[in-house]
Write a protein that binds this ligand. Sequence first.
Ligand SMILES: [Cu+2]
Length: 119
Amino acid sequence: MLIVNLIGLLVIALIVWWFWLYKGETQAAAVDELVIQVANGSYQPSQIAVPAGQATTLRFFRSDESPCAAWLIFPDLDLSEELPIGESKSVLLPPLAAGNYPFTCQMQMYRGNLVVSES
Ligand SMILES: [Cu+2]
């Protein structure tokens, strides 16, 4: 009985970690060359650094067939884009002020963060 409870707790901890705590690696590479992979329940990389005050294009490549992955949402920018499966999709972002702009799938299971900073 105790073992079962422990396993249950472990599974919960793992889920919490995966969906809310795990950040992935920060990607500082030039955004022009970056393709963000949408696969296996995550955006890779999930942390994207872009300069403030200039329009940016992000490229997303969705290989995940889960219907939930179909929509990319930037709640703070009032922006949502449909991502086709197996194609690269460019998403245009307006010039932004410095700050963090999270992006998610429809149900907020996939999470990423756009880090905008003054260069
Ligand atoms: Cu989702």
